[in-house]
Design a protein around this ligand. Structure first.
Ligand code: MSP
Length: 520
């Protein structure tokens, strides 16, 4: 992450056709960690998420349920908002693409492209996948003529469409990617996009006839057509940035100067399946409108079970989101972010979940319990003053490793560095043997140093792990007698001496889930 003092970070906006699942949760928790880390390091953060509410997929799902599309969207927008609340997501804005403000910005954006001669009409003939809302040519279809992403049936369409002159921007886009090696991370995804751009880039269909898809935003220059849902959806980032004022006359809408807004976005966080949409369609559309492109794209992998992308709970597999009920929100957040190397795929297994939970419980939870109970037992619960600090180099090392890993979004490594500090502190306890120091009247100073060091480490861990475990770290902060949570910077200088510590229940209690017996 750059040290810029501002961070506009986005998740994809999720289709309002179904309930939140692990894929959505992962992306949103990942964005939340980055947003929280940004705030801790003093950045001005604008964290955006929301729901994608137009298009054929929503229209068909609503028909199937016998309700109006907007009723389905209202239900799902509420479901997503609730899910994010229970997962402690700290977004600043939840956008819905059916909001009047967004509809007006999409309309202004399309009008702008039209006025700049970036759009023409033609006939589209090819395949369409409703589930992924995307076109396929014959050669790009998957096995048996299915969608290459979701393997579902595709339908043949031949219809009038409006096209955006995307091909005009191929060279500029390749140049941009080459000039900015970190624009798409990880590198494997950057190479994928560059590979894709080695073929001639086609123009982009940006509309649907209203006769087929009625649930969309009408084109300002032809009311018989609605905007292609992906164009509509991508523009959400611009709407939320506040750059465009669609009420103003065209020359004053903000397309010429975005400096007074959050645009350009600092980081789009997306899954690898929607890379082309974000790394090709979106920047070229922005170029077409004469706007700066987003600053960076971080593409993450998939949670898989066997070879299959995991979405809703799969048969008798344990639903990771349901694990919240037994283990709490922070344990699920920890597992999802600690287990998946950022950018790669990871397999969800209950065994790995337990391994990661036990790390919280046995390493960190144990450190918290033993440190606080020793302060209570040997110093009446009051943190002693100490002239010397133990574990200084381990603390410095943990902070440096965390910083370095976060700078390139290797989140799993940043978390592992923090857990290593807790491990080192447990080893320190064994080495120093405070129970022996307590028996020796000449070792009072050494015992003070041991206890003060442990409390200091807990304070640093509190800051380090707040982005992943906000609830538990707030609780730890209280147990350490802190009024406000330390930040990464202040955790080193907080004066803890004299604080009264409270012994209480384990922070991460041992849990035997109902399914543990099946693990063998
Ligand atoms: N509505 C579009 C995005 C528009 S953004 C302008 C969309 N929505 S979605 O509901 O399908 O959510 C997709 C996001 O969830 C993608 O980033 C996708 O990678 C992610 N995931 C869905 N299943 C997943 C896993 N099993 N694992 C990790 N993330 C995956 O696409």
């Amino acid at each position: 992450m750059s040290d810029a003092r501002r961070l506009f970070i986005t998740t994809p906006i999720y289709y309002a056709s179904g309930e939140p699942h692990i894929g959505h949760a992962y992306a949103t928790i990942l964005a939340d960690l980055i947003a929280r880390f940004g705030r801790q390091t003093g950045a001005d953060v604008f964290f955006l998420t929301g729901t994608d509410e137009h298009g054929q997929k929503i229209q068909e799902e609503a028909e199937l349920r016998g309700i109006k599309p907007i009723e389905l969207c209202d239900t799902m927008a509420t479901a997503f908002s609730k899910a994010w609340e229970t997962l402690e997501i700290s977004h600043n804005r939840f956008i819905r693409t059916t909001e009047p403000e967004h509809i007006a910005v999409v309309t202004a954006f399309l009008q702008r492209l039209w006025d700049r001669d970036q759009i023409y009409d033609g006939v589209y003939s090819g395949w369409y996948c409703v589930s992924d809302e995307r076109y396929w040519t014959d050669k790009d279809l998957g096995p048996g003529g299915t969608c290459s992403i979701c393997s579902q049936k595709v339908t043949h369409v031949e219809e009038k469409n409006y096209f955006f002159k995307m091909s005009n921007y191929q060279d500029a886009l390749v140049q941009h990617i080459e000039d900015n090696p970190d624009w798409i991370i990880p590198e494997i995804r950057r190479n994928e996009v560059l590979g894709f751009l080695r073929q001639p880039l086609a123009d982009l269909s940006i509309s649907r006839p209203r006769s087929r898809v009625s649930w969309g935003i009408p084109l300002p220059f032809d009311e018989d057509h609605v905007a292609y849902v992906w164009v509509d959806a991508l523009i959400n980032y611009l709407t939320a940035s506040g750059a465009i004022n669609p009420e103003a006359p065209p020359s004053e809408q903000g397309f010429e100067d975005v400096s007074d807004s959050w645009w350009p976005c600092d980081l789009h966080l997306i899954g690898k399946d929607i890379l082309t949409n974000h790394a090709v369609y979106w920047p070229t559309l922005l170029m077409g409108a004469g706007l700066p492109v987003q600053r960076q794209i971080l593409s993450h992998g998939w949670w898989i079970v066997g070879d299959t992308k995991m979405s809703k709970s799969l048969g008798n597999v344990v639903d990771p989101l349901a694990l919240r009920e037994d283990f709490g929100t922070d344990a699920v957040r920890w597992y999802l972010l600690r287990e998946m190397p950022t950018g790669s795929d990871a397999s969800f297994t209950p065994e790995r979940f337990m391994t990661r939970y036990n790390e919280l419980s046995n390493v960190l939870g144990n450190l918290v319990s033993r440190s606080i109970s020793m302060v209570s037992k040997y110093r009446d619960g009051i943190v002693p003053t100490s002239q010397d600090d133990g574990l200084s180099s381990e603390i410095t090392q943990a902070l440096a490793s965390n910083h370095e890993a976060m700078a390139s979004y290797r989140i799993h490594e940043a978390l592992s560095a923090s857990m290593d500090l807790a491990r080192a502190a447990n080893v320190y306890v064994e080495d120093r043997q405070p129970w022996t120091q307590a028996k020796d009247p000449n070792a009072a100073q050494e015992l003070d140093e041991t206890l003060a060091t442990l409390v200091r480490v807990l304070c640093v861990i509190c800051a380090l792990l707040e982005p992943v475990a906000p609830g538990k770290m707030a609780e730890l902060g209280l147990r350490l007698g802190l009024d406000t949570l330390p930040s990464l910077e202040t955790s080193l200088t907080v004066n803890l001496a004299g604080n009264r510590l409270e012994v209480s229940d384990p922070l991460f209690p041992r849990i035997e889930p109902s399914w543990a017996g099946d693990l063998g």
